[in-house]
Design a protein around this ligand. Structure first.
Ligand code: CS2
Length: 458
């Protein structure tokens, strides 16, 4: 049985523009808006765009933007139709996205484009002007292909149209994500048009946000399950029952009443982000690299393997030892609930999927904890092993199959540098990867070398 859409889609007005139509946003952000629509809100229609692919928009357009979310747990499956995607466009229709960004009826922009898409240097916390999309858009700001360039062009059009203030909520797994995006836009705009830079500073708010839901890639079995329930859906999404969205309590005018759908508005999103990135995403990446090394293919298999679970629990202890959780939150209980979510046998979250993009994920998920643990003098045994498991993954994966924006560089490095200490040092010296706190610590470089020596073999 599929729960049908419980409102009149014709009545929806587009007030949200969403960049990045991957499975995550369809199973997360859009379901909160869908709940609002079901409760009677009409200002929750979404124009969704994929930044790089025509395939998802094409599939969704062929079914008028409707799609199915399948929530799975040991208790069973719940299928629900989502109808808030009113319009869906791919990269070839960037003009439509820019018009929507400039429309007075648009009040909220959300982004889930993955960490690597922004062109953000996490060490200098600034725009990476070598990033292909950033470089392209700086040279051709009127025909942008990237995220920052598209937002700039849309905001520039909005200023010229006199369409009023806007809220832009970055929803990717980057610490201080709103602040990061605000900084990138300010830098980009300063290069291109000082008037727009000033207008953005005075009219656009960039709240930080923490988003959470485990959403693996769609499989053919999922399509079959949905079709057996009576709906032909080219791109359904699968998710765990849990979902959480903590959004900074700093929104511009006209934003849909997200709190009514369970979005937590908070003045301390940084603490929520830190806890989620370090605990959930940190344990996720570690489980993926360790699991692949042990021959497992999904996360529930990894945590179901006694010897792996011992290591993941040890890592969790090291993370918690230096974690400052949000006020009133029990980090231990949070970590336990995360571990419990990893055991969901129905979700089949593939280690390979989580293992991709390590060079941009680990600086958010693991390296800050290592820096804090070194400062506190607490254990980094399993934290350093996590980097060694990543090295094993880099060594094992043929260069052409490695999914990482720095694939070529990393593959060449792990193949040319066999000495574990030299390799650990070279990883710390990678431009825009490790914080100075780690890069310049000879003791830590030695510790990392030892971990790679012990656990970095493919
Ligand atoms: C995962 C995340 O793929 C990954 O790297 O760690 O997508 C994770 O499932 C989500 O952040 C959960 O909210």
């Amino acid at each position: 049985m599929i729960e049908p859409i419980g409102y009149d889609r014709e009545a929806l007005q587009i007030s949200v523009v969403h960049l990045g139509l991957g499975a995550f946003s369809r199973a997360h952000l859009l379901t909160f808006l869908d709940d609002l629509a079901t409760a009677g809100s009409e200002d929750v229609g979404v124009l969704g765009t994929s930044m790089t692919s025509e395939a998802v928009p094409e599939a969704l357009r062929s079914q008028e933007g409707r799609y199915t979310v399948v929530e799975v747990s040991a208790a069973g499956h719940r299928l629900r139709q989502v109808g808030v995607l009113v319009d869906v466009v791919g990269p070839s229709r960037r003009d439509q996205v820019l018009s929507a960004l400039a429309a007075p009826s648009t009040t909220l922009v959300t982004t889930t484009v993955t960490e690597k898409a922004y062109g953000f240097d996490p060490v200098r916390r600034q725009l990476d002007v070598q990033h292909p999309a950033v470089a392209h858009d700086l040279a051709s700001p009127r025909s942008p292909v990237g995220v920052v360039g598209t937002l700039f062009a849309g905001l520039d059009a909005r200023r010229r149209a006199g369409a009023g203030p806007l809220t832009v909520a970055c929803c990717d797994n980057v610490s201080g994500n709103g602040t990061m995006l605000a900084g990138l836009l300010e830098e980009f705009a300063t290069h291109v048009d000082a008037d727009t830079a000033r207008w953005i500073a005075g009219n656009v708010v960039f709240p930080d946000s923490m988003v959470d839901r485990i959403v693996p890639a769609t499989t053919d079995e999922l399509r079959e399950e949905v079709s057996a329930a009576g709906v032909v859906d080219a791109w359904p999404v699968i998710a765990e029952p849990f979902r959480q969205w903590v959004l900074e309590d700093r929104l511009g005018p006209g934003v849909p009443a997200l709190a009514e759908a369970g979005v937590q508005l908070s003045s301390d999103v940084a603490a929520w982000e830190r806890m989620k990135l370090r605990v959930l995403n940190g344990l996720h990446s570690a489980s993926a690299y360790l699991g692949l090394r042990l021959g497992h293919s999904t996360i529930d298999e990894v945590v179901g393997d006694r010897s792996a679970a011992v290591r993941i629990d040890a890592l969790s202890e090291e993370i918690q030892a230096v974690l400052v959780p949000p006020a009133g939150t029990d980090a231990r209980a949070y970590a336990a609930s995360v571990r419990d979510r990893f055991t969901n046998p129905a979700i089949g979250h593939r280690c390979q999927q989580i293992a991709m993009d390590g060079s941009v994920k680990l600086p958010q998920r693991i390296l800050p904890t290592i820096a804090d643990a070194l400062d506190a003098g607490s254990s980094v045994d399993t934290l350093s092993a996590t980097l060694a498991w990543w090295v094993a993954h880099l060594r094992r994966t043929p260069a052409a199959e490695l999914q990482d924006p720095r694939a070529e560089e990393l593959s060449a490095l792990v193949r040319s540098t066999t000495d574990p200490f030299a390799l650990g040092g070279a990883l710390m010296d990678l431009d825009g990867f490790a914080p100075v706190r780690l890069r310049d610590d000879a003791g830590w470089r030695r510790t990392l070398g030892e971990a790679i020596d012990r656990e970095g073999k493919p």
